[in-house]
Design a protein around this ligand. Structure first.
Ligand SMILES: Cc1cc2nc3c(=O)[nH]c(=O)nc-3n(C[C@H](O)[C@H](O)[C@H](O)COP(=O)(O)OP(=O)(O)OC[C@H]3O[C@@H](n4cnc5c(N)ncnc54)[C@H](O)[C@@H]3O)c2cc1C
Length: 262
């Protein structure tokens, strides 16, 4: 369990960020589920409940999700379902249980860039942007490629463009971390194929996406795209699975996800 010297509940984002930057060991507290697994000594814990960052709303072009929105809120939101179908719900529904998902937050998850994340890969295959206090708005791809910099993630935006999308994962047991996960989306003739839990963080297989987007959708071309995808991204071994197993399973999952979106 982590320890805190002090805890504050700022009422403005500016104040929260100023406290975060004041000392090296000051830290934001989201749902605190992940923090609880470690033994960190935190100076001032910055709890965000008073910043009104717990919401899901939409305008003509985007769905906007505040950083303190929980997985359960995402999973049960009509706005999310009506705009993106089941992909976000499917990506989080196997994570532990309802009580857990009622606590963990979208902002902490995306900011932490967990390699195993089920939510990040689903967001990546949609057209997602994130906003942090100091850097402003940027695409999720760009954010995931950047090195770590202390900051406060405030919200994410997902473009409303009626993409068809599918999420698939493999776990040793229900509620365990995923061994590998994939997400595929299709908008008109443009495909986006993403692989996560490699065990590194989710990434688009850009060559495979481009190949499938620019060729006829035949059984042969689908198999070719799957092969390009697993060959262009790297896989690794950890205590959950070997890189060979991840490579083989990713092929199966990508093919299933492509078949679903077409
Ligand atoms: C036992 C367990 C099993 C899990 N299994 C899975 C799984 O199978 N699949 C999956 O996808 N995920 C899984 N997770 C991860 C979980 O879904 C959340 O991603 C994780 O708990 C972080 O969310 P939190 O709200 O608990 O963050 P916290 O623990 O509060 O914070 C995590 C980190 O994020 C920082 N942070 C919090 N909010 C912000 C913000 N707005 N801006 C910047 N930094 C911020 C904190 O300072 C901290 O460093 C699991 C977690 C646990 C504890």
């Amino acid at each position: 369990m982590f320890t805190l010297t002090d805890i504050v509940q700022p009422t403005t984002i500016e104040e929260a960020y100023a406290i975060l930057m004041k000392r090296k060991n000051n830290q934001i507290i989201g749902g605190s589920a992940f923090l609880r697994m470690g033994k960190k000594r935190i100076g001032t814990g910055i709890e965000l409940s008073n910043l009104n960052l717990d919401y899901i709303k939409e305008d003509e072009d985007y769905v906007e999700i505040g950083a303190m929105t929980t997985f359960r809120e995402l999973e049960t939101s009509d706005i999310i379902k009506n705009n993106f179908g089941d992909i976000l719900n499917h990506s989080v529904r196997d994570i532990i249980g309802v009580q857990f998902r009622s606590v963990v937050t979208v902002g902490a998850t995306v900011f932490s860039k967990y390699g195993f994340s089920d939510l990040i890969i689903a967001l990546l295959c949609l057209d997602t942007e994130i906003e942090t206090f100091s850097k402003g708005r940027m695409t999720l791809d760009k954010f995931l490629d950047k090195g770590y910099e202390k900051d406060l993630l405030t919200k994410i935006y997902i473009k409303k463009n009626n993409k068809k999308a599918s999420y698939k994962s493999l776990r040793n047991a229900k509620s365990d971390y995923p061994i590998v996960n994939v997400a595929v989306s299709k908008l008109d003739n443009t495909f986006k194929i993403c692989i996560g839990a490699r065990p590194q963080v989710a990434k688009e297989a850009k060559n495979a996406s481009e190949f499938l987007s620019n060729n006829n959708i035949t059984d042969e071309n689908i198999d070719k795209a799957v092969q390009i995808a697993v060959d262009e991204l790297s896989f690794g071994t950890n205590m959950k699975a070997s890189k060979e197993y991840r490579y083989a399973m990713a092929r199966v999952l990508i093919k299933r996800a492509i078949m679903e979106v077409i």
